[in-house]
Write a protein that binds this ligand. Structure first.
Ligand SMILES: Cc1cc2nc3c(=O)[nH]c(=O)nc-3n(C[C@H](O)[C@H](O)[C@H](O)COP(=O)(O)OP(=O)(O)OC[C@H]3O[C@@H](n4cnc5c(N)ncnc54)[C@H](O)[C@@H]3O)c2cc1C
Length: 464
């Protein structure tokens, strides 16, 4: 198995682009000591940048600022797996159970259409971010996974998704898309694109600056009180404040039990040589994952690397987030083993990068748009691991809700949705880490014995 020891510890996205897109050609100041704005966005990830983008387009003369504790794209937006997926963490059938069939379908139609919207902006604004619409493949690595995936697919068709949205590919045809070591069939959907997420962030930041939006970096916000944003260098006042701090929200007391930071970790190989690429036959660069309980995800980058990620890194007591948690040798080794398991031809490819970061996870896996008019404050996020497209959708939605526009987005079921609070510590710590360990053990048992471990699976299901 390839070693992780020589890999640099930063997202591959900083290094993959052959173009100028990831070079920051702008200087950014720290936030002002005392200044008024029409709108202040807290958090310089895709949620914050898309919000500022649409706000400035809708009202070009508005005074808009984005304030970021580190640098734009420091968070999940600059280091994710680069899947721009139309799927939410909950499938349409699961969302229908929560919100009803019509609302679930409405949400999914808007999410699928969000890919067209992002593509439109990327094209018209000329953002070089390796955007590629290759769809997605979810393969069954075991017979059991095939049963589960087929039954899940049938439920989505019952709800109203069509075979054009998702369809089953028989095992012998999966190789038309990519050659996996083992597959028992797969779900294929066109509703996914790949992107260099850091290039998208930098491209958006550049456009915002050209539009007169002020970006302030290295300015940690310490509190948000009724449209007053208190940061480490002073105070910014605004007519409207949007908070988009996602997996890094732990320092805001009201969000401590609303969003839990779960870590997702990634590695990237060197660019694969021609014979390895031809052995894998990853023709349309569809994103890839499988039907395991422990989520894995991969894409073939534009320069021919496998960028492969997985959940499973430990949850840290009291939702702590630290830079050192981005690296976890045991989890990174498991991820590298995943490359070898699915793509044996790439098993010896050098691992050049490894990194990770926290996702914002609400208790019911459902993101939300919360607008408190009286407090002139809104919050968006809770995308779990599916935020790249959703940040765009939620940015447009929060503006429609704030401006009281009667639009399809304002009617999304996420608007005003309140997820239950997570359990207090130490229950949360024990439960989340037990869940992570259980899902890993269930996957291993299924791989080895071809059946689900009944008792473990029962405990697992009772915990989620
Ligand atoms: C390793 C990994 C892989 C992923 N893969 C995918 C994927 O392939 N597809 C997908 O759809 N999603 C993926 N995700 C999730 C996705 O990246 C996120 O859902 C999305 O980027 C969230 O964007 P955001 O702007 O809301 O949050 P972030 O990008 O996390 O931005 C929040 C920002 O707020 C800043 N901030 C926090 N606190 C403060 C404060 N007090 N003051 C000022 N600023 C503050 C942070 O520094 C950060 O920059 C992945 C995430 C990770 C970590």
């Amino acid at each position: 198995m390839a070693s992780i020891d020589t890999a640099v510890q930063r997202p591959v996205w900083h290094d993959t682009a052959t173009h100028e897109s990831v070079r920051r050609d702008f200087q950014v100041q720290t936030a002002p000591r005392d200044e008024r704005f029409d709108m202040v966005v807290v958090g310089g990830g895709l949620s914050g940048l898309w919000t500022a983008y649409y706000a400035s387009r809708q009202n070009p003369s508005a005074r808009i600022a984005v304030v970021e504790s580190r640098t734009v794209g420091f968070g999940a937006s600059g280091r994710n797996g680069g899947w721009c997926s139309g799927f939410f963490p909950l499938m349409p059938s699961e969302m229908a159970d929560m919100f009803g069939r019509e609302s679930a379908l409405h949400a999914y139609r808007e999410s699928f259409a969000t890919l067209d919207e992002i593509e439109r902006v990327v094209r018209t604004e000329g953002i070089a971010c390796d955007w590629h619409r290759g769809g997605t493949i979810q393969s069954a690595s075991t017979k059991l996974q095939a049963h589960r995936l087929q039954s899940m697919l049938a439920k989505q068709h019952d709800i109203g998704l069509t075979t054009a949205d998702m369809h089953w590919v028989e095992a012998e045809r999966v190789g038309d898309h990519l050659r996996l070591a083992e597959t028992y069939g797969a779900i294929r959907s066109p509703h996914c694109a790949t992107v260099n997420p850091y290039a998208l962030v930098v491209g958006l930041a550049r456009i915002l600056r050209a539009r007169g939006v002020q970006l302030f970096e290295n300015s940690k916000v310490v509190s948000i009180e009724d449209s007053c944003v208190v940061h480490e260098h002073g105070v910014m006042r605004a007519e409207f404040v949007v908070q988009a701090t996602e997996g890094y929200s732990n320092s805001f007391r009201p969000l401590r039990r609303r969003l839990v930071p779960l870590y997702s970790l990634m590695v990237a190989t060197e660019p694969l040589d021609a014979s390895t690429l031809s052995a894998i036959g990853w023709r349309d660069r569809a994103t890839f994952n499988d039907g395991s309980e422990m989520i894995i995800y991969a894409q073939l980058t534009r320069d021919g690397r496998i960028a492969f990620g997985g959940r499973g890194a430990p949850y840290h007591f009291a939702s702590r987030v630290r830079d050192r948690f981005d690296i976890d040798d045991a989890t990174h080794r498991l991820i590298v083993a995943g490359i070898a398991r699915h793509f044996p031809a790439a098993a010896d490819a050098r691992i050049t990068h490894r990194w990770g970061g926290p996702l914002g996870v609400p208790r019911d896996w459902t993101p939300s748009v919360t607008v408190q008019r009286a407090r002139r404050h809104a919050r968006i996020g809770g995308y779990v691991g599916d935020g790249v497209a959703a940040t765009n959708l939620f940015a447009r939605t929060v503006l429609d809700v704030w401006h009281q526009r009667d639009t399809p987005l304002a009617a999304l079921p996420f608007v005003g949705h309140e997820s239950p609070r997570w359990e207090p510590e130490p229950v949360r710590f024990v439960a989340i880490n037990s869940l992570l360990r259980l899902s890993d053990r269930i996957d291993r048992h299924e791989q080895r014995h071809g059946k689900r471990p009944r008792v473990l699976a029962k405990i697992f299901e009772s915990l989620i």
